[in-house]
Design a protein. Structure first.
Length: 390
């Protein structure tokens, strides 16, 4: 008679399987702990940026795409456009004018501020190719003025067709050579400018830029002029219950030893809204930046959110002392593609990268628009991505 037996063989396999799984889990747990410790050490010693791993370090407005070699990943991106309260927001347009500067600010539905309007250097021709213009050529091509004034018209027409405040930071043609047409086209209610200009200008260039601008300003009806022509520095605040816009002038004779006095004389403007601060620096150089530090009290708590990087990213600006003082989170550079000056320079880009200042450049992103609402939520929207610009 056969005896029925229950073998232990199947149970032994199950036990071995459980033991193997336990060992595997233990190994995985140890590896995870090692990885976490390694990550903490790498972040602590600045070998890697945690924001890169989390995908948070790409500037907003480009669908998460990283910047190219002329920009940097910087700090975590600002918010998304859908987070902005459009009923209580301002817009700052860093308009792509090639190698030049022009910034249009919409303050609610009533107020328009324009800071500079100029272009020089290479420009995008009608055939889609970039072309070079000789230095001192003050005739801005239609390939620039056409799209530029279409852009202005679309925005200004929604605000009563006036420009409330016009700021000419200094007299270089790449900042003012479109302002004469601006004054011809729109009613300008207030103008801020100084009387310092580049003495190396040719007579034709002086006549076509500086003299034409001065003549247009003086002929503008019902326009308040703020011309900074004294040796003393000046600060003029424009303040409402919602925003504050301050114009800083270092004084006409403040930097007699400066290499390029007209750049050092650049007016600096600061916009405050919703607890945020945006600083516009024209072509201010190191001397001006240090003057600004002193003028604002050398306050250790001084902090801005967005910096319009001075002089298109030239190495004569954005000194270490200034960048460390303002504690900017974001930077915007206005420069032309393939420009002859090498703007922005590698040394300035490295300074921005070292301070985690996430930076946009018009030559890569086209026109860049900054939105800030009354709660301080902010985001950037760009005309194009770096890949599309190539």
């Amino acid at each position: 008679m056969a005896t029925k037996k229950t073998t232990k063989k199947g149970a032994s396999k199950a036990q071995k399987r459980k033991q193997l799984q336990a060992k595997q889990l233990a190994i995985i747990a140890v590896l995870v702990i090692i990885a976490i410790v390694a990550l903490i050490l790498l972040v602590h010693f600045n070998v890697i940026d945690l924001g890169d791993i989390l995908g948070q370090n790409n500037p907003s407005g480009d669908n998460g795409k990283t910047n190219n070699g002329k920009t940097n990943n910087g700090t975590p991106a600002a918010g998304k456009l859908e987070d902005i309260d459009m009923n209580a927001c301002i817009k700052v347009h860093f308009i792509d004018v090639g190698q030049g500067d022009s910034i249009l600010i919409e303050l609610g539905t009533d107020t328009i501020i324009l800071i500079d309007a100029g272009h020089t250097g290479s420009y995008l021709g009608n055939d889609g190719k970039y072309k070079d213009r000789p230095y001192g050529d003050t005739n801005v091509p239609k390939a620039v003025t056409g799209p530029y004034f279409e852009y202005l018209n679309e925005i200004i027409s929604n605000h009563g067709a006036d420009i409330d405040y016009l700021v000419a930071t200094h007299r270089d043609s790449d900042h003012i050579n479109m302002l004469t047409k601006v004054l011809d086209t729109y009613q300008v209610n207030s103008v801020f400018y100084n009387d310092c200009y580049n003495s190396s200008m040719s007579p034709d260039e002086y006549s076509n830029t500086v003299k034409n601008f001065e003549t247009k300003v003086e002929a503008e009806p019902n326009c308040t002029q703020y011309q900074f022509e004294t040796a003393e520095d000046s600060v003029i605040p424009i303040e409402t219950t919602e925003y504050k816009f301050t114009v800083y002038s270092s004084g006409n004779d403040g930097f007699r030893g400066a290499r390029t006095k007209e750049n050092s004389m650049s007016l600096i403007c600061m916009l405050e809204y919703g607890g945020r601060k945006v600083l516009f620096t024209g072509d201010a150089e190191v001397e001006t930046e240090k003057w600004f530090i002193d003028k604002t009290g050398n306050d250790p708590s001084f902090d801005i959110d967005v910096l319009k990087v001075a002089h298109h990213g030239s190495s004569s600006s954005s000194c270490v002392e200034f960048l460390d003082y303002i504690h900017a989170e974001y930077g915007v550079i206005s420069s032309g593609k393939n420009n002859a000056y090498g703007h922005p320079t590698e040394v300035v880009m490295n300074r921005l990268i070292e301070r985690n200042i996430a930076t946009y450049n018009t030559q890569d992103y086209g026109t860049i628009t900054l939105y800030i609402d009354s709660e301080g939520d902010m985001c950037f929207v760009t005309e194009k991505t770096p890949e599309a610009a190539e």
